[in-house]
Design a protein around this ligand. Structure first.
Ligand SMILES: C/C(=C\CNc1ncnc2c1ncn2[C@@H]1O[C@H](COP(=O)(O)O)[C@@H](O)[C@H]1O)CO
Length: 299
């Protein structure tokens, strides 16, 4: 039973003071239920949980024998993960991926920011995609779900998994990080990145690399939290750009703000540009078909 649901089945908004207590209650309940692991369609609990994850078995294996005999078969499982992801995500409306620390505590400033950005995106009509985990991910999912938006979680099998957060309405569990990362980029029009650790950095720099190398275009990357990101952005400018490892212009790929409305504006502006370009492309294609038809009719 979801204890964030009120009697009428509606999500009950918790007062800030009680939110952390409610979160702690839910965590204790999860521990009581016992540890569990999702691996694709497979759920294991307690003693049935395998000692390693699929990603570990693929990446951490040192056995040449395994590489010859097992990895080629693993490719089929990897393929199935892409198929499942593509099939499910293709039905999404315009969406934004929100990243940030798995460790942010409910009620903290970062958590509130995550919730507000999730809510603002949902009100603007965007689905919100997160990693489906705790912390900022849960906050953004909560904001989106409670504002009536589509709240998506792309979970990952981890050795210390906590399960998908309760505000995910559409969830996919991935075994492989790289398959999951494709979905974050392919089905989003922008990334919004809140304070986070290695995982968040990985997602941020993957997006920046894809934009810098023009694998994706018209893709805003918004960093939220000027105090947190300021040092990194300064370092990118004064050390990385000065050493010629990136161009000055690459820094313009990033927007840094504390303001939810400003973040949203960037996303909406990019979305409008995409829509205008798609309309122009469709009109050009229709003109081409019409011209060809008229030329054929004249023969
Ligand atoms: C560390 C804890 C739980 C981990 N659970 C996660 N579930 C889903 N996605 C995750 C998890 N941990 C990291 N990620 C991904 O990386 C980003 C956050 O990483 P960070 O190092 O915390 O910045 C996040 O956007 C996810 O995509 C229990 O506390």
């Amino acid at each position: 039973m979801n204890d964030a649901l009120g009697g009428a089945g509606e999500p009950a908004r918790e007062a800030p003071a009680t939110e952390a207590a409610a979160h702690a209650r839910r965590e204790r309940a999860a521990v009581r239920r016992g540890r569990e692991r999702h691996s694709g369609a497979v759920l294991t609990r307690r003693d049935a949980i395998p000692p390693s994850t699929a990603d570990q078995r693929l990446l951490d294996s040192r056995s040449r024998e395994d590489w010859k005999t097992k990895d080629s078969w693993r490719a089929l499982r990897i393929l199935s993960e892409f198929v499942e992801g593509f099939d499910t995500m293709a039905d999404l409306p315009a969406a934004v991926s929100v990243f940030g620390s798995a460790r942010s505590k409910p009620g903290s400033d970062e958590w509130r920011l995550g919730e507000r950005i999730g809510e603002a995106l949902a009100r603007a009509g965007f689905a919100v995609i997160t990693g489906g985990g705790p912390g900022v991910m849960a906050a953004a999912n909560k904001g989106a779900a409670e504002a009536g938006g589509l709240s998506v979680g792309l979970g990952i099998e981890l050795p210390f998994e906590q399960g998908m957060n309760e505000w995910v309405d559409l969830g996919i569990d991935f075994r492989y990080f790289f398959a999951r990362k494709t979905m974050f980029v392919k089905y989003a029009q922008a990334f919004i990145v809140l304070p986070g650790g290695f995982g968040t950095m990985d997602e941020l720099f993957e997006a920046l690399t894809l934009v810098q190398t023009r694998k994706v275009t018209r893709f805003p990357v918004v960093l939220m939290g000027t105090a947190y990101w300021g040092g990194l952005v300064d370092w990118l400018r004064t050390t990385m750009a000065t050493a010629g490892k990136i161009a000055e212009a690459d820094l313009e790929l990033l927007t840094v703000t504390d303001d939810v409305d400003e973040a949203l504006q960037h996303v909406v502006a990019a979305d409008s540009a995409i829509t205008a370009q798609e309309q122009a492309e469709r009109a050009a294609a229709a003109r081409l078909v019409r011209d060809q038809q008229e030329a054929a009719d004249r023969l």
